[in-house]
Design a protein around this ligand. Structure first.
Ligand code: EPZ
Length: 420
């Protein structure tokens, strides 16, 4: 296992470009199964992160070829010959559930185990299964496996009980080859949903409405290869902005889509952070941090749950009492306990966290429980007095491409080391 060694107290300064979005890349890699032409799908602006390698292994386990060169992937589905995903890979990453829609569309069958629930709470897939059934899939669940099959998916009207990001993506990928018209109501509106729609349409799909509450999909007979560039990662961008603000730094992020961070920028400004924006950049300038009355995580365009932990690290040193309500996941406050080891004053009651800002955090050894909690602990270490050790950074490597290198470019004293 590896850890980060951080010397706190240095203000981050400089500029950085942000790479492609993990949560766009994963469904789009899965959607490449739908390509029935002999030519490869080319994906650009791919972040080189652990989850990409896991999805690559999943596609290869299905008989597909995935070649990577820098931040570009070439994916061929010419030899797709399996519909069953190895348990080991299913358990490594929840996003493996995204293969259900494409494999049903392409092969008429799919076999998966229940995706691993990570430490942010249970990760049910009932909305995925209900929607696939509505499209004509027969679903059998026994001893931890889900087997879905169909003699041909057909269009349907589907009402999602909750705007689930994954269910929206899975059903979009299943409907794109279904016979006839599909309308899906109450869908998620995240930018990554729009990215997936644009990718499917670049392959010849006929999907409309992504970014709104309702998706309308006209089934087509087949999809072709295409070359596609993934959107920048709004969660990585938000994480770096919060690290800059927590260290009283001045950082410019380029090559991003500021509109994807509207709710985040608004909340950071409420917390006293000075932020300037242009059409493709955001700049944090030094401001005096102050508490925010209530921060509630919500489906897009509300404040994203994936930036709740990094924001908590920022509010831990903002003057006054802040309240965070985590309305998306059941157990996404495990970083609070670790921040308290650094002299933060945070109390948690169910889905609500009360943060009383302190002047300074103190460096110590803290443990990473999940991807975004790990990012929050890095932010806290950068702002703290003294040295901090953040353990088990493999969680962080799932969603951030060499985070320590980006931070070193901005002047941070952070090194990766092997845990002995
Ligand atoms: C996606 O997860 C993201 N992952 C998550 O990012 C993100 O936190 C989440 O959307 C919310 O924005 C990817 O895109 C790979 P959901 P997903 O389905 O699809 C419940 C990160 O850190 N639910 O919108 O799993 C579920 O339990 C990760 O990058 C059901 O009840 O999220 C949760 O409480 C973490 N039944 C809520 O909906 C279902 O069938 C939101 O889940 C599906 C979901």
């Amino acid at each position: 296992m590896e850890k980060f060694l951080i010397e706190g107290g240095k203000s981050l300064k400089g500029s950085l470009s942000i790479k492609g979005a993990k949560n766009s890349m994963l469904p789009i890699m899965a959607a490449s199964v739908l390509n029935s032409s002999p030519r490869d799908v080319e994906l650009k602006n791919i972040p080189i992160i652990q989850d990409m390698f896991v999805m690559k292994q999943i596609l290869q386990s299905l008989g597909m070829e995935v070649k990577s060169a820098g931040n570009t992937l070439l994916i061929s589905s010419r030899n797709l010959d399996s519909y069953s995903i190895p348990d080991r890979l299913m358990r490594e990453m929840r996003s493996s559930v995204f293969l259900m829609g494409p494999l049903l569309g392409r092969l008429g069958r799919v076999r998966v185990t229940y995706p691993g629930g990570c430490s942010i709470g249970p990760r049910p897939v009932d909305l995925h299964l209900k929607g696939l059934e509505a499209l004509g899939a027969k679903i059998e669940e026994n001893n931890g496996y889900i087997f879905a099959s169909t003699s041909g998916l057909r269009g349907a009207d589907i009402h999602l009980d909750y705007p689930s990001v994954g269910a929206t993506e899975n059903l979009m990928m299943a409907a794109v080859l279904a016979r006839g018209k599909t309308v899906i109501y109450n869908v998620a509106k995240e930018p990554e949903i729009v990215d997936l729609q644009n990718f499917l349409n670049a392959m010849g799909g006929r999907v409309k409405g992504a970014g709104t509450e309702t998706l309308r999909i006209e089934g087509v007979d087949s999809l072709e290869s295409c070359s596609y560039r993934i959107i920048p990662d709004r969660i990585v961008a938000g994480t770096i902005l919060m690290a800059a603000a927590a260290t009283g730094g001045e950082v410019l992020l380029k090559g991003i889509i500021p509109a994807h961070l509207d709710a985040v920028v608004a909340k950071m400004k409420e917390a006293g952070v000075i932020i300037r924006s242009t059409e493709d950049s955001l700049e944090v300038l030094n401001g005096r941090l102050k508490a925010v009355k209530t921060l509630r995580t919500l489906p897009y365009p509300g404040f994203p749950t994936d930036l709740q932990a990094p924001m908590m690290a920022l509010l831990a040193i903002a003057e006054g009492e802040s309240v965070i309500v985590e309305s998306i996941f059941e157990a996404r406050f495990r970083h609070a306990h670790e921040l308290n080891k650094m002299n933060a004053r945070i109390s948690v009651n169910g889905r609500t966290a009360f943060i009383e800002g302190v002047k300074k955090l103190s460096g110590t050894t803290v443990h990473t429980s999940d991807l975004r909690a790990g990012a929050a602990l890095v932010i806290a270490g950068l702002a703290a007095e003294g040295s901090t050790v953040v353990s088990d950074v493999s969680h962080i490597d799932r969603g951030y491409e060499r985070l320590e290198r980006d931070l070193q470019k901005l002047g941070a004293k952070i090194e990766r080391a092997v845990e002995i």
